[in-house]
Design a protein around this ligand. Structure first.
Ligand code: FAD
Length: 516
């Protein structure tokens, strides 16, 4: 007890001295004598940009923003924070496309990772190995740039997100999912090796065989253990074009039955699904698939059914397979239970297909509807309860309340392909097949709270109905909720935090260890 009392008094004293020595920006004055000082910005524009994100709901100002010109700036910053009696928080900000302030650092320093991207413009940020079928990619790189660079070698990553203007470090800190996940696993399962600057400021290379504890901690680790500065990404032969089919269903069990059938069938490269509601147009910003005449046909169908479900599937093809692709697609469609006649096809380049959400972004930006609040809710729902989820959430909450106009996604994936998921920080339900559900609400500054109340209602419904779902891109306010989220992984998550970021410096905006 005597030791404990001494430790307690000394640490309180040090914290008090630390506070006294803070500069006006609440960072220790000595920060301005570090080598990185020229790359720190305190101006309003830099602070404003780093205070919020795509969600536009949380606003937390840092004291400064680091625009690193090399990874050594980041190492110096984190080491310096560790040396302070009262360390300040540090958050990597990739492209800031979180929705709940996950990349903010209240009173700390936000590291603007895109500044490294600018610095590596000469091509150092992405290096392709054609013999190894991999690319070494800076954590700050956008997936669109990874695509462009790898295509020059006739290669491309195999696992994607729907939207490519996200950083490699940002998606690997979550999972990185899309319609290819059922076939290749998420992006976190398609990484050979990482370079990471830990919360202690140590630079470490890690993989399955080397510093594996750090490797698995960081994948899906919500930025808690280190800053990813390089990832070695799996590549395969790039494709040229795609046949993209959309089939419409009025019956949810036919729709999910066909989705599950298709993900167990060979020959398909992409599968997703979405909902259309009778109170919104058939085309939405994220997907304007239908011609005006198709749209009117679908609108009358929507009047009859209230909700329709779209199954999207894609088959890649190139010069060698151009003559057989239609036949293959036809075979894949055989026996499916969509509404007869309601199947639509698009044929486009592989790049346009992968970059499809960008088109919607440009449209929304032109209407000033991109930078609105986005109270998104993303869930992984076990297959065993997906029908209950449809009845309770899509039909009884969302369609009845008619509040949300954003895209609603629902598609299955299989845990078998989430390699080493038990060792990684990422969390998924305890069933082999689970559904990725994205309620991608776009709100206004007046009504986003209503949408968020609806989200809470959905979460409460799942609890009541015994649906053991997991949140993806999770957002919780209390420690108890995080413990429940991580379940049996919580102890390991905590131990890894103590090992790699013992002073709890990194990514405070996740609210896992630092509550606001
Ligand atoms: P940020 O928001 O900047 O950061 C996210 C978290 O990661 C923060 O905690 C941050 O501190 C940490 N972080 C950032 N960089 C690093 C790094 N280098 N090392 C360690 N930690 C770091 N997700 C999917 O899986 N599939 C999708 O299809 C998909 N589509 C999306 C579409 C849109 C329009 C948007 C806005 C988001 C989408 N997302 C999707 C979610 C997205 O993957 C995550 O929000 C991701 O974190 C965003 O990447 P970012 O670079 O903007 O990260």
């Amino acid at each position: 007890p005597a030791h404990f009392i001494v430790f307690f008094i000394v640490s309180r004293l040090m914290s008090f001295i630390g506070k006294l020595r803070r500069s006006k920006n609440s960072l220790p004055c000595e920060i301005n004598s570090l080598g990185l000082r020229a790359n720190l910005r305190y101006d309003l524009e830099a602070i404003r940009l780093a205070s919020t994100d795509y969600g536009n709901i949380v606003h937390e100002s840092p004291s400064a923003v680091l625009y690193p010109t090399s990874i050594y700036d980041i190492i110096e910053l984190i080491k310096f924070s560790n040396e302070c009696p009262l360390p300040f928080n540090v958050a990597a900000r990739g492209h800031g496309h979180s929705v709940r302030g996950q990349a903010t650092a209240h009173d700390g320093v936000v590291v603007n990772m895109l500044s490294l991207k600018e610095h590596y413009k000469n091509g150092n940020g992405i290096r392709v190995s054609t013999s190894g079928n991999y690319a070494d990619v800076g954590g700050e790189q956008l997936w669109i740039d990874v695509l462009k660079a790898t295509l020059e070698h006739g290669l491309a990553p195999v696992s994607w997100t729907d939207y490519l203007y996200l950083t490699v470090g940002g998606t690997l800190s979550n999972a990185g999912i899309s319609g290819q996940t059922f076939l290749h696993g998420p992006q976190i399962s398609n990484v050979h090796e990482l370079d990471v600057i830990t919360g202690k400021g140590d630079f470490m290379t890690c993989s399955e065989d080397k510093n594996s504890e750090l490797f698995y901690a960081v994948l899906g680790g919500l930025g808690q253990f280190g800053i990813i500065t390089r990832a070695r990404i799996v590549l395969a032969k790039a494709q040229k074009r795609v046949k993209w089919l959309r089939m419409i269903y009025s019956d949810f069990s036919n729709f999910t039955g066909d989705q599950e059938h298709l993900i167990s069938t060979k020959g398909l490269e992409y599968l997703e699904g979405s909902l259309m509601m009778d109170y919104t147009p058939a085309n939405n910003w994220r997907s304007s698939f239908f011609s005006p005449s198709n749209e009117s046909q679908i609108t009358s169908l929507l009047k009859k059914h209230g909700i329709l479900y779209c199954l999207d599937m894609v088959k890649y093809y190139d010069d060698e397979t151009v003559n057989s692709v239609d036949k293959e697609v036809q075979m894949l469609q055989e026996g499916l239970n969509f509404i007869p006649g309601f199947t639509f096809t698009r044929d486009e380049t592989y790049v346009d297909f992968l970059n499809r959400v960008r088109r919607g972004e440009i449209t929304l930006k032109s209407k000033e509807l991109w930078d609105v609040p986005h109270p998104w809710l993303n869930l992984f729902v076990p297959k065993s309860h997906i029908l209950d989820f449809n009845d309770g959430v899509f039909v009884d909450i969302i369609h009845r309340q008619k509040k949300t106009t954003g895209p609603l996604l629902v598609y299955p994936t299989t845990k078998r392909l989430w390699d080493d998921i038990d060792k990684m920080s990422a969390v998924v339900p305890d069933e082999d097949i689970f559904y990725c559900v994205g309620l991608l609400h776009s709100g206004s500054f007046d009504d986003w709270q209503d949408l968020d109340n609806q989200n809470n209602e959905i979460l409460e419904f799942c609890d009541r109905a015994g649906i053991k779902m997991k949140q993806y891109l999770p957002h919780y306010k209390s420690k108890e909720e995080w413990i429940k989220h991580f379940g049996p992984k919580w102890n390991t998550f905590q131990e890894r935090k103590a090992q790699f970021d013992p002073r709890m410096i990194l990514s405070p905006g996740q609210n896992i260890f630092n509550y606001v």
